[in-house]
Design a protein around this ligand. Structure first.
Ligand code: GTP
Length: 510
């Protein structure tokens, strides 16, 4: 299809502001999916996503409307899955910034807005859930204008539940989102923005064609240097639709037939086998923050666990793992995650999708150790922490976090952050009802129920967004647990020296 008839866009929002429901309405309106096939949150295909009501994976779907091809890439809203958002942004020209009328602007609304802006996308502000009685649309429009500089008169109002305003939104996407301007006659190249493994077709790469076009002739992945002849080319309409051609500006897939999952890397550029175009910028490498050891309860399953982790990491580039063994638990893996929800989700997926029964250790962060011999070590597992006589300096990771909350909870939030060794950098009131804090916090404090405590101290209203900031020195020690006088290494944790006694006594009581 000619590029001026293609619009590639995503929906960005804070968690639960209604992205997946809005996507359902758009699928319905464009007749992409028969009404009877629309289940709630159609794009949330994993059982886990529907049960938890959250989107974990990005998904791409093609719609047709009034002669236009509209490619929607659904994205997750939780802070742990931010990397998925950056991946979709790189494949789009426009973003619908969705804000829940009853909740207003939240932490991920702000961070996703800046990501879309940085990626140079056209942003369409939209207020969702206008069918609800709570919240004031006019006030929220003013807030959006003040916070993001997006004009009040450009903000649309929709109800993803009833469908009101969604037709106007589709028209606006066609009118305002720019079409791609790739070189149709240039050397074919496309960005790999996602991939998954199919038993029959091997690795299936989701791609956005930037220049030229792809047909089932031999291709090459530039970074991994892998060459293959595609088994199938097409686009997603919830299921795969085979077309055997993808043209400039289009979004779709290439089923590579490759069985080795390491040969296709998300963020890589794919081109034709004998051509040599410049690689596309790709993505920033994402570093895991939180580390958990995972062991199969039945130790004969550790090879299955490795295979399952390899398959999951194919489409989840932020998941890392390395083998580990313990005399008590056998062979397992030290896995790195972006946050606790990410760790929970991966563990649940391993158990459900790969039929494994697992046991996992307390989450820990990555410590930086300077030894007395001046060596620098990064310690992801408490069992790797050198003896204290060999440590010259111990540092722990800190994060920079933004917290947005209704103003009446400001005092509670300040107390909570103080309790967790937080340092306040900034506090402001963008309007009389809202407070925005910027805090520096040790990551180890954040992973121990900080999110739950923040929610309960603010009656569920505060939201949080964070990024890694720096390493700072800490006075911490290793807390060992002994069973029959023997240390069980996977149960060891690193804790503040001043809290070691209290934590040890609590564990004894359990
Ligand atoms: P994540 O992908 O996890 O970030 O969530 P999401 O943004 O996709 O939100 P989702 O579509 O799952 O909607 C969250 C909740 O809001 C669900 O219970 C929806 O039924 C509800 N919801 C979505 N849109 C509307 C709306 O326009 N009106 C009302 N009343 N409820 C809505």
């Amino acid at each position: 299809m000619s590029q001026d008839k293609i619009r590639n866009f995503c929906i960005i929002a804070h968690i639960n502001h209604g992205k997946s429901t809005l996507a359902d309405r758009l699928l319905d309106l464009t007749g992409t999916i028969e009404k009877r096939d629309i289940v709630k949150q159609t794009l949330d295909t994993m059982d886990l996503e529907r049960e938890k009501g959250i989107t974990i994976k990005l998904k791409a779907i093609r719609m047709e409307y009034k002669g236009y091809q509209l490619n929607l890439i659904d994205t997750p809203g939780h802070v742990d899955f931010t990397y998925e958002v950056s991946r979709s942004l790189a494949a789009c020209e426009g973003a619908v910034l969705l804000v829940d009328k009853s909740q207003g602007i939240q932490a991920q609304t702000v961070s996703n807005y800046y990501k879309a802006k940085e990626a140079g996308l056209k942003i369409i502000p939209v207020i969702n859930k206008i069918d609800l009685g709570v919240g004031d649309v006019e006030e929220l429009k003013k807030d959006i204008e003040k916070t993001f500089g997006l004009k009040k008169e450009d903000t649309l109002e929709v109800s993803a539940k009833t469908g009101e305003g969604t037709k106007e939104l589709l028209e606006k996407i066609i009118k305002d989102v720019p079409h791609s301007t790739g070189n149709e006659d240039g050397l074919a190249r496309a960005l790999v923005f996602d991939s998954y493994y199919d038993e029959f077709l091997g690795v299936v790469a989701a791609i956005r064609v930037v220049d030229g076009s792809f047909t089932p002739q031999e291709i090459r992945f530039i970074a991994t240097k892998t060459k293959t002849t595609p088994q199938e080319i097409g686009f997603f309409k919830l299921k795969r639709v085979k077309t055997n051609i993808l043209e400039t500006g289009e979004v779709g897939y290439i089923a590579t037939g490759l069985k080795d999952i390491k040969t296709v890397k998300v963020g890589d550029t794919v081109c034709l086998k004998d051509e040599d175009p410049k690689s596309l910028p790709g993505y920033k490498e994402i570093k895991p923050f939180v580390f958990v050891s995972i062991y199969p309860i039945d130790n004969s399953k550790s090879r299955d666990l490795r295979e399952a982790l390899e398959k999951l990491s194919l489409s989840d580039s932020s998941l890392s793992f390395e083998p580990e063994s313990s005399s008590a638990l056998g062979f397992g893996f030290r896995c790195g995650f972006l946050g606790l929800l990410h760790a929970d989700i991966v563990q649940e997926r391993l158990e459900r999708e790969y039929n494994l029964q697992l046991i996992s250790t307390t989450p820990s962060v990555e410590y930086k150790v300077t030894t007395t011999k001046n060596e620098l070590l990064f310690v992801r597992s408490p069992s790797d922490l050198p003896e204290k006589t060999k440590i010259n300096k111990l540092e722990e990771p800190w994060i920079l976090c933004n917290i947005i909350s209704p103003a009446q909870y400001a005092g509670n939030i300040m107390n909570l952050c103080k309790d967790r060794r937080g340092i306040q950098n900034n506090m402001e009131y963008p309007n009389e009802k809202t407070v925005v804090f910027q805090y520096e916090l040790p990551l180890s404090e954040l992973i121990y129920n900080f999110f739950d405590d923040l929610k309960s101290t603010s009656s569920g209203f505060a939201s949080l967004d964070y990024e890694f900031s720096d390493y700072k020195q800490v006075d911490a020690v290793k807390l060992n647990i002994l069973v029959h006088n023997e240390i069980v290494e996977p149960l060891s944790t690193i804790v503040l020296r001043t809290k070691a006694d209290e934590i040890g006594r609590k564990l004894l009581k359990k």
